[in-house]
Design a binder for this molecule. Structure first.
Ligand code: COA
Length: 207
């Protein structure tokens, strides 16, 4: 792993970061990807946290990015418990599986903790997130609203404030911001046309 620098994303980085997100997610979970459009829209969402939109630089080039948003748990006792979610998180394909993603995630989680996020909830791969202390959220009493009856193994939680979820049972829904592509398919196609052409492929391992 080379020396890296992590800093807050600036407006001059937006296009570069969206292209990086597209490169990182392309053909990973589906033919093509939509995560760059999600990020593009999320920057205007009130729950977006600009201080936690972070870029990672190596040799002066942006090779990684992560964004965070405020969200909430709907507790069974009626409380709305404020916490954070994050993603997309992206490492450029040339830099994957060398430790940069974990370094960016761990650094960003420490900043989130300092901003009083008691816990994080996300949908993700335990193979990666488990290394940073995530556990399936059902272990902590939190259900995934879209899959409430199963012990969803891909719905993950990390307490940043130890014991934050003690005594909490509840459910969690991904914020609306993650579904912008389904709401605006034509805008997505127009936006996507601004990027260099890339071939969409059906590959093993996609969802
Ligand atoms: C997922 C991603 C951010 C991880 O970053 P990375 O730099 O490749 O990961 P790291 O090298 O820091 O990996 C840290 C650990 O997680 C493991 N890991 C990383 N990606 C993994 C994967 N897809 N499946 C299983 N384990 C994985 C690594 O083996 C490593 O463990 P080790 O240190 O014991 O070897 C990056 O690969 C990426 O951008 N992927 C495409 C976009 C994506 O899937 N984002 C996440 C959506 S939930």
């Amino acid at each position: 792993m080379k020396k890296y620098n992590i800093r807050t994303e600036q407006p001059r980085d937006f296009k570069i970061v969206e292209n990086l997100t597209r490169e990182a997610f392309w053909n990973v979970y589906r033919p093509g990807c939509v995560e760059h459009f999600v990020l593009h829209h999320y920057r205007n969402d009130p729950s977006f946290i600009p201080e936690l939109s972070l870029v990672m630089e190596v040799d002066g080039q942006i090779i990684g990015h992560v964004m965070y948003a405020w969200s909430k748990i709907d507790a069974d006792d009626g409380r709305k418990i404020r916490m954070m979610t994050f993603g997309p998180i992206s490492i450029h394909p040339n830099y994957k599986r060398q430790g940069y993603g974990k370094a960016l995630l761990d650094y960003s989680m420490e900043l989130a903790r300092k901003m009083s996020a008691g816990c994080l909830l996300i949908v993700g791969n335990i193979g990666f997130y488990g290394k940073s202390g995530f556990v399936p959220a059902y272990v902590k009493g939190i259900r995934y609203a879209d899959d409430p009856n199963s012990d969803a193994p891909y719905f993950l939680c990390k307490e940043l404030d130890e014991g934050f979820l003690d005594g909490v049972m509840g459910s969690y829904k991904d914020p609306e911001g993650y579904f912008v592509t389904e709401r605006m398919p034509e805008e997505f196609e127009k936006y996507e046309a601004n990027f260099p052409p890339k071939e969409k492929l059906v590959l093993p391992g996609q969802l």
